[in-house]
Design a protein around this ligand. Structure first.
Ligand code: CU
Length: 310
């Protein structure tokens, strides 16, 4: 990390250590003074109350000015750190992060997109943050960055991964029942490896069913193993006798390709009983060829195997 250009880690850690150091000094100083006073002015030593001077100008100046200077220095130092966090290096790689219930999607300028945030190690990355539905918050503790994803506006963070590796990325704003599944990673790769990844299959339709399920965030709410989540499991979906609410009327249907497609585009049209009407429509969000791949996959082996549980 020695010859690495400035990172957001240093911007935040320096301020944190400064404020923590002052807090530690105050804790020790105040506690020591308290102990000394307790011993020195104990009632056994002074059975009668001591007369105290009505005022002492120099003392009052000292205890006003020193804390004021300390607090101002904390503000100044934090402000300097904040400016470094919003001042993006001009050569930064541009990525867009979209938060949605309940997953992240990262898209690159050449059209590549991914559910993990791939970045070149050592290079500045500017992440523009948007939300498709509600408030989310992009949080990467290792790089000390966190910023809300607010519907209707674009926010941003920048960072520089200091070393090759995998770093946690969370949603830090409670955004509904599956908030906790908005977990993914930042994958910092060597520059050459990153370029190769970026150029690989720019066309998203080259991806298969499982990759599309995770890219479009389906697996945030639907399991592949029969377990119950926000929505019904995908396991055993095709051909399943399903109790649904259609326009307020209960009916039983057999899940076929048409039903699966309709459930993606108009999730509320045939709502599976026992599940909340919370899925957003994917109309206009999935290209037709990807939609076909998804429907084919959801209606295929091995997902059509009978589920183990209810
Ligand atoms: Cu969220």
């Amino acid at each position: 990390m020695t010859d690495l250009p400035f990172t957001t880690i240093e911007a935040v850690d320096a301020v944190f250590l400064y404020i923590f150091g002052i807090a530690a000094l105050l804790l020790v100083g105040i506690t020591a003074t308290m102990v000394v006073f307790v011993v020195r002015y104990h009632r056994r030593r002074h059975p009668q109350p001591q007369p105290s001077p009505s005022s002492k100008l120099w003392l009052e100046l000292v205890w006003t000015l020193i804390p004021t200077l300390i607090v101002l220095s904390m503000f100044w130092y934090s402000w300097e750190g904040y400016l470094k966090l919003i001042d993006v290096p001009p050569d930064a790689l541009k990525v867009q992060a979209e938060g949605r219930k309940w997953s992240w999607n990262f898209s690159y300028e050449n059209g590549r997109s991914s559910d993990r945030l791939y970045v070149p190690v050592g290079r500045a990355v500017r992440v523009a943050i948007v939300s498709r539905d509600v408030l989310h918050s992009l949080y990467i503790p290792a790089f000390r960055v966190k910023k809300d994803a607010v519907p209707g506006i674009t926010t941003y963070v920048w960072f520089r991964a200091p070393e090759v590796g995998s770093y946690d990325l969370f949603c830090a704003e409670y955004c509904g029942v599956s908030h906790s599944s908005m977990v993914t990673t930042v994958e910092a790769l060597p520059e050459a490896q990153f370029s190769a990844w970026l150029e690989k299959s720019k066309k998203p339709s080259a991806a298969g069913g499982p990759a599309l399920l995770s890219r479009h965030g389906c697996t945030g709410c639907h399991s592949l193993d029969g377990s119950r989540r926000v929505g019904p499991s995908f396991l055993g979906l095709f051909g399943r006798q399903t109790q649904v609410l259609s326009d307020g009327r209960e009916r039983t249907l057999t899940a076929n390709q048409d039903y699966v497609r309709r459930s993606i585009l108009q999730p509320q049209a045939d709502l599976v009983q026992g599940y909340p009407p919370v899925m957003p429509s994917y109309q206009g969000q999935i290209p037709p060829d990807e939609l076909q791949t998804l429907v084919d996959y959801l209606c295929s082996e091995p997902l059509s195997a009978a589920p183990a549980g209810p």
